[in-house]
Design a protein around this ligand. Structure first.
Ligand code: MIC
Ligand code: SF4
Length: 755
């Protein structure tokens, strides 16, 4: 049912020709990344775009995947595009809106109730436009995609930043905003700045406590949250081939945390085995026939420095397990140094909750390795000290590990199984805590750990590690414990030590499931009606944004000058706000409420220049909007890091912010701003950030001659009557400038489809 063999055949049919042509045109051996990209250039660009150094290139992705929290906006936009059906195979996954509170069964039934309107909307839009629909409880998008849709050498975009998970099966899978998904579903080419290439050579072999997760935790430590920006990370070497396909998925998934466009592994025996194990032997057979093209050329891997922009080498035999955090995923600690770091930094040593699973780490291998630790706790009479939860990534995995007895083991050690959904990972967690003001620690096998991410509490110190390390920590209940070397006192008062975890890559008896949770769309959806109630608080049809007025933008008020980290969680918080993801006006009430105001170092408290009073960011902006005055948001480095949610771009657009001026942008967010017709600009000289004062009135000039590569000018009118100006950069190409002028890319599509 799920995968589309004909589509894959078509991709593979043109593959060899494209790769050969590219080799000839560039006169060089090719990396895997280049091969897949070249094989997916859209027809127009296919002849001209070989060779790097080209800027924006048009691609033709094979698939689109959307999760419920972003699909609503993507599909509300698609409905305006005027097409009867999607142009490429697409799926919707209901995973983000399920709140973890009691346990899987109860939480799922509450979610189905609470989110009925949204689920019904997504199901009917999917039915109408030919989109595959995965019901609530089916699992988390990236795990379901890996099990059903990812294929070696393919290209997919997804409305979620962890879409790169499919790189574990050799697919170029890239996280985008809903507007990008809308283009591809409408049959338009998809544009991407041709990426830089980072090569990661893995030598040696994992053993003992070390797992695939530790590879990416280490890479995050090396590259930091910005280091992968604009790059695709390609893993290779004997070490790479020794990793399971799901382990590779974990590494690619968390590549989002270093800002990478995506990450990828070549097709190998492990990938073939996983395809066969998940009932896709026919895909493995097709892939075998073009296997030489589904990996980088030998010359490239023999001399990677000549072909990659940057090369990192990691010896898996020497790699230690890592724990990263708190508050940022790139603060990497080898386990041998972690206890000292905890003490020196005064992080709360008592561990309150350990959480395993999520889209990042809930494979059969992960679960069996963690269960082997849990089993030891039972056998060695250790009492689990912290709370412990398990979030399976999909119903397929859940059913299988349940059948094989692992969920029982977790239950015996005191674990609680949550629904197959994002839950605590995205702040959908009704955590029971006696005192939220207490500094406290949790550890997860998820990927993000920004402040407030899991439970909305700024006092929570969240750390990230592999599921087996998380399990051991949860049993110990103490962050200064080193499971590799230390002993624990058991209920009989004896000192006991953990043995190394043991796992099984894939179920010996095969994967099984009763109801995977898939609903195929109608053959002919033209009669299907999509209903959005005009009084709904959760869904709202979109109104087109206004086109640019044709002049410079002047007289802007400074809405906020954000200081430090300003992720999409700061700009458009998730958790309780997820329920408004389909209602632009309502969700706009969370705009920038997490950002720290440079002038008073508080969140959600900015000066209203019309009254001189301080108030919440959204209310202040609504006051400017009501007065017909535009505003500007100023930010720091890597602004918009994290999620793909385009709400972080649409909310300011909807409320009348005219420009975002920052030191640098995260990739997806920058594109999202452009798509929505917003002006996203960067300081040419970062010191100019310091010139911006709270009471400034600001102009942006040069817009009447807005052109690629040409700087614009920002003019500050200070309160004391003085004026200062400085140049700012932008990365808009000719097409994107048209989006700006039209007031958003969708306004252009709508016109094209109507004509
Ligand atoms: C996340 O991990 O932050 C999310 C929630 O999956 C987001 C998507 C969203 O905000 O809906 C992402 O990573 O893109
Ligand atoms: Fe869901 Fe978390 Fe994965 Fe995002 S990172 S898709 S919130 S499980």
């Amino acid at each position: 049912m799920a995968f589309d063999l004909d589509m894959i055949k078509k991709v593979y049919d043109r593959y060899s020709t494209r790769v050969e042509a590219a080799r000839k045109a560039t006169g060089k051996p090719l990396t895997l990344t280049e091969k897949i990209l070249y094989a997916h250039l859209s027809e127009g660009d296919a002849q001209t775009a070989f060779g790097r150094g080209v800027d924006y290139v048009d691609f033709a992705p094979d698939r689109v995947a959307m999760q419920d929290a972003t699909a609503q906006m993507a599909l509300l936009q698609f409905m305006q595009a005027g097409r009867p059906q999607v142009a490429v195979p697409s799926t919707v996954h209901c995973d983000h809106l399920i709140q973890a509170k009691i346990g899987a069964v109860e939480d799922l039934s509450t979610a189905v109730d609470v989110n009925r309107e949204v689920y019904d909307f997504l199901a009917s839009v999917s039915d109408k436009y030919g989109i595959g629909f995965w019901k609530a409880g089916a699992g988390i998008i990236h795990q379901v995609v890996l099990e059903n849709y990812a294929f070696p050498g393919g290209m997919m975009i997804g409305t979620d930043s962890h879409t790169p998970n499919a790189g574990g099966l050799g697919m170029i899978a890239i996280g985008v905003g809903g507007a990008d998904a809308c283009d591809v579903m409408a049959g338009l080419p998809w544009e991407l700045k041709f990426p830089k290439l980072i090569g990661v050579k893995l030598t040696g072999k994992l053993s003992g406590w070390t797992s695939a997760k530790d590879v990416i935790l280490r890479v995050a430590g090396i590259l930091t949250v910005k280091g992968g920006t604009g790059a695709i990370v390609e893993y290779f070497g004997e070490g790479a081939r020794s990793l399971s396909a799901t382990g590779k998925g974990t590494i690619c998934n968390m590549g989002a945390e270093i800002g990478a466009t995506t990450s990828i592994f070549g097709y190998d025996e492990k990938a073939a085995a996983y395809l066969k194990g998940t009932k896709r032997a026919d895909i493995a057979e097709l892939a075998d026939a073009i296997a030489e093209h589904l990996t980088g050329d030998d010359e490239v891997y023999a001399n990677p420095e000549q072909y990659f922009d940057q090369v990192i080498e990691i010896n898996l035999s020497e790699l230690e397990p890592h724990v990263n955090g708190p508050f940022t995923p790139d603060l990497a600690w080898p386990i041998s140094k972690f206890a000292t770091a905890v003490k020196e930094n005064n992080w709360p040593t008592k561990l309150e909750v350990g959480l395993i699973g999520s889209c990042t780490n809930s494979s059969y291998e992960d679960i069996t390795r963690s269960a082997s630790i849990a089993k030891q706790a039972i056998d060695k009479k250790l009492k689990t000290q912290a709370e412990f939860t398990i979030t399976p990534g999909s119903e397929l995995v859940r059913y299988t590990v349940d059948r094989d007895g692992y969920l029982d083991t977790f239950a015996q050690m005191g674990g609680v199984v949550l629904a197959n959904a994002c839950g605590p990972c995205i702040g959908q967690w009704a955590r029971h805590t006696d005192d939220p003001t207490r500094k406290n620690s949790i550890i997860t096998s998820f990927n993000r750990n920004f402040a407030k991410r899991q439970d909305g509490n700024p006092n929570t110190h969240a750390f990230v590690a592999s599921p087996e390390i998380v399990t051991a920590f949860a049993i110990a209940g103490d962050l200064t414990f080193n499971p590799l070397t230390d002993t624990l006192t058991n209920e009989a008062g004896e000192q006991v030590k953990f043995d190394e975890p043991q796992g099984i890559e894939m179920p010996v008896k095969g994967y099984a499931v009763e109801d995977a949770g898939y609903q195929a769309p109608a053959e002919d959806g033209s009669k299907v009606e999509v209903i959005v109630s005009p009084t709904s608080s959760r869904l709202q049809l979109l109104e087109p944004f206004k086109a640019w007025e044709g002049t410079d933008i002047t007289g802007l008020k400074l809405l906020i000058k954000a200081k430090g980290k300003c992720t999409t969680d700061h700009i458009s918080m998730a958790g309780p706000w997820l329920k408004f993801r389909g209602h632009l006006d309502n969700i706009s009430n969370n705009m920038l409420i997490g950002a720290i105001n440079y002038f008073n170092l508080t969140a959600d408290n900015v000066k209203n220049e019309l009254t001189g009073e301080y108030g919440p960011v959204p209310a202040t902006q609504r006051a400017y909007k009501a007065a017909g005055i535009g505003s500007i948001v100023v930010g720091d480095e890597n602004y918009g890091e994290g999620s793909s949610r385009e709400h972080a771009a649409m909310e300011p657009r909807h409320l009348g912010v005219r420009a975002i001026l920052v030191k640098s942008f995260a990739r997806i967010h920058e594109t999202n701003l452009k798509k929505q017709g917003m002006l996203g600009i960067t300081f040419a000289d970062n010191n100019d950030y310091d010139k911006i004062q709270e009471d400034d009135t600001i102009d942006i000039t040069g817009l009447t001659t807005f052109a690629p590569g040409k700087q614009l000018t920002v003019v500050l009118h200070h309160k004391d009557g003085s004026t200062e100006s400085f140049p700012v950069n932008h990365t808009y190409n000719a097409q994107q400038i048209e989006w700006f002028k039209a007031g958003g890319a969708l306004n252009i599509i709508r016109k094209q489809m109507a004509s």
